[in-house]
Design a protein around this ligand. Structure first.
Ligand code: GRF
Length: 219
């Protein structure tokens, strides 16, 4: 085991999780993935098991049931806390985090989002093609196509209570090409995410270590 401890939450195929696993294995990222949690039986769970990482399946049967969501929020926070992660990474996690998770891991939960988001949490983002709408939510790839944007991209940001509006860690553009559909565009964005996410994790962990070192120095 080396470096910092990361927990990853995922709901999908897990290609971003795989990018993190590969970066840890190659040493490009000085960290260990201590747990993967999924709310669905998904590719991410299989990838975790294949890599020998503790994998927890924590489903929500009724997504709109407030009591069930609140219980899930507590269970998720408690199961993560046991693993003492330095950082929680949402890598294709499709559930909104509840207040217990947001509070327990405040400032150390990050998310990868398949669109360009602005630093100021505002409604537009500066791009190489001028100022464009910031696209938030679960259908960001489809929405970028529907709006006829010339460019979109990927953003890794800190998770706050405002959806896809926390401080930006890293962001990179992807062109939208003639003939693109949701699949081709999402694949192009994902290939960017696979590089961006390990770099963003590394950046956040380095900043945390510097902060911890200077706190220690103060004493
Ligand atoms: C990524 O595009 C991520 O930005 C979005 O969901 C997708 C997850 O892909 N939130 P994968 O499961 O990592 O392959």
């Amino acid at each position: 085991m080396s470096g910092s401890r990361i927990a990853v939450l995922a709901s999908g195929g897990g290609t971003n999780l795989q990018a993190l696993i590969d970066a840890c294995t190659s040493g490009a990222l000085d960290a260990t993935i201590v747990e993967v949690v999924a709310d669905r039986m998904c590719g991410a769970l299989r990838r975790a098991e294949e890599a020998g990482i503790a994998a927890l399946f924590l489903p929500v049967a009724h997504r709109r049931d407030a009591a069930e969501r609140a219980a899930h929020d507590v269970l998720l926070a408690e199961s993560l806390a046991v693993m003492q992660p330095d950082l929680v990474v949402l890598a294709g996690w499709m559930l909104l985090l509840g207040p217990v998770m947001l509070q327990r891991f405040a400032g150390r939960t990050i998310n990868v989002h398949p669109a360009l988001l602005p630093e100021d949490g505002g409604e537009t983002v500066e791009t190489s093609c001028g100022r464009l709408p910031a696209i938030r939510g679960a259908h960001a790839v489809r929405d970028a196509l529907m709006l006829g944007l010339p460019v979109t991209g990927a953003t890794v940001h800190v998770v706050t209570e405002d959806l896809d509006a926390g401080p930006v860690i890293l962001r990179e553009e992807a062109p939208i090409l003639p003939g693109d559909d949701e699949t081709t565009l999402h694949e192009r964005i994902k290939s960017i995410e696979h590089v961006l996410l390990p770099r963003a994790v590394s950046k956040v962990l380095a900043a945390r270590q510097t902060a911890v070192a200077s706190e220690k120095g103060a004493w």
